[in-house]
Design a protein. Structure first.
Length: 89
């Protein structure tokens, strides 16, 4: 009987630690979750985005485009895109 009591106490301690860890993680990450929905792409153009291609002779608007709400990249030359705003916490 004593053995079962030890197992039950151990399970209760483990459950309490798990709950405390989950609560601490949620509290730590609450600043990361935005208060309102953030729309990154308006589906029409690259407003709010920075497009980059290393070759200055290439027009980024010919390599990158938005059609029917979808981003398209020709892939040549290689480049990248990033948001103008910082969303890090």
């Amino acid at each position: 009987m004593k053995r079962y009591a030890i197992i039950i106490v151990a399970m209760l301690v483990a459950a309490a630690l798990l709950a405390a860890t989950a609560a601490a993680t949620e509290k730590r990450n609450e600043h990361i979750v935005p208060k309102e929905k953030i729309v990154l792409l308006n589906g029409k153009d690259f407003t709010g985005w920075k497009l980059f291609i290393p070759d200055k002779k290439v027009d980024v608007n010919k390599a990158w485009s938005v059609r029917n709400g979808v981003i398209h990249c020709e892939g040549k030359p290689k480049g990248y895109m990033r948001t103008e705003a910082d969303y890090a916490g």
